[in-house]
Design a binder for this molecule. Structure first.
Ligand SMILES: [Zn+2]
Length: 290
C-alpha cells in the first residue's frame, strides 16, 4: 500500500533541536571563507589569495584592489607612489558627493580611484597605474584624470613605458563636465607620450566601461585583458534598445573583443607579469638598438 507523504521531509522536534544546536554552536568565522561569484564554490580566503584571487574551482578572476594589483605585477619593493596626496573636492556641489567621497576613502583605504607611480617589472623600469574598484567603482573624476595625465607626462619626460590596469564604471557623474573633460585630457597625454616613442601597455579588467574605455583604456599600443572581463562603452541593454537588435553571445567580453580585434591578448592573471615583462624587455632592446 502506497503511503501518502512518505517522501516528505520528517518534521519532528528532535531534528529541529539538532539544527538549532548546530546554528548556535561556535563556528568558523565566515570571513575565513570566500564564495566565488561565478561558480558559488566556497574556498579558504588564504587559498584564494595565494591563487591571486582566481577561483581555485572554476578559474573565475575575482576583482582585485589597486595595491594588490601593483604588488602582483611589479618587482617586490620596487613601487614608489606619486601624487598620492591628491583628493577630490565637490566642485559643483553635487548632492551627497562629499559623503560618497568620505565613505569611499573609508571602504577602500585610498585617497582616490587610481594609484600611480614608478616601479620595475622583471627589472624593467616603468610607470604604473592601477585603478581601485572599491573607490566609486574606479570612476574617473578630475583627480583620476589629473593623476593619469601627470603619470604620462612624467613617463614622456623620463622616457619610460607605462603599464596601466583599468577597472572603471566610467566618468564620475558627480563631477559633471569636469569628469568628461578628463577623457580629452588623458587622451592628449597618452598621445604626447606615444609621439615621443613611449610604449603603453594596458591591462583591462572587469569591468572597464564608459569614459575610461572611450579614452586611455583603449589607447594603448598593446591591449591585454583578463578572461571574462566586461569591456564596453555603453551597457548591452542600452545598445539593444537603441539599435533594436539582440546582441550576440559574449558581446563585450574580453574574448569577444579579442576575436574582433579590439583586444590583443586575453591573459590569465598567473601569466600577466611574465607577458608584460617580456613586452617591456623587447621594447627596451629595440630602443637600445636605435
Ligand atoms: Zn568559481
Amino acid at each position: 500500500m502506497l503511503r501518502k507523504g512518505i517522501f516528505k521531509k520528517p518534521n519532528n522536534r528532535l531534528e529541529d533541536s539538532q539544527v538549532t544546536e548546530q546554528a548556535s554552536s561556535p563556528s568558523v568565522p565566515e570571513s575565513m571563507y570566500v564564495r566565488c561569484d561565478a561558480c558559488r564554490a566556497t574556498m579558504l580566503r588564504d587559498d584564494l589569495q595565494a591563487n591571486a584571487l582566481v577561483c581555485t574551482h572554476c578559474g573565475y578572476h575575482l576583482r582585485m584592489g589597486a595595491r594588490q594589483r601593483i604588488v602582483h605585477l611589479t618587482d617586490e619593493g620596487s613601487f614608489r607612489e606619486m601624487h598620492g596626496e591628491l583628493v577630490s573636492r565637490n566642485l559643483i556641489d553635487f548632492p551627497g558627493y562629499d559623503e560618497k567621497l568620505r565613505s569611499s576613502r573609508e571602504v577602500s583605504g585610498e585617497n582616490e580611484a587610481v594609484i600611480t607611480g614608478i616601479a620595475t617589472i622583471a627589472g624593467n623600469p616603468c610607470c604604473v597605474f592601477a585603478m581601485e574598484p572599491n573607490f566609486m567603482m574606479g570612476s574617473m573624476g578630475s583627480v583620476v584624470g589629473e593623476k593619469i595625465t601627470r603619470l604620462f607626462e612624467y613617463a614622456r619626460q623620463e622616457c619610460l613605458p607605462v603599464v596601466g590596469c583599468t577597472v572603471s564604471g566610467g566618468a564620475r557623474m558627480q563631477e559633471g563636465i569636469l569628469s568628461l573633460m578628463q577623457m580629452a585630457k588623458t587622451s592628449g597625454a597618452v598621445k604626447w607620450h606615444s609621439e615621443a616613442g613611449g610604449l603603453y601597455i594596458a591591462l583591462l579588467t572587469d569591468p572597464t566601461t564608459g569614459g575610461v574605455t572611450a579614452s586611455f583604456a583603449m589607447e594603448a599600443d598593446i591591449i591585454l585583458a583578463e578572461p571574462g572581463a566586461l569591456i564596453a562603452f555603453a551597457g548591452p541593454r542600452v545598445i539593444e534598445q537603441t539599435i533594436k537588435q539582440k546582441l550576440p553571445q559574449g558581446f563585450q567580453r574580453a574574448e569577444f573583443l579579442q576575436e574582433n580585434g579590439f583586444v590583443d591578448l586575453v591573459v590569465e592573471r598567473g601569466q600577466q607579469k611574465e607577458i608584460i615583462a617580456r613586452l617591456l624587455t623587447l621594447h627596451a632592446l629595440e630602443v637600445k638598438a636605435k
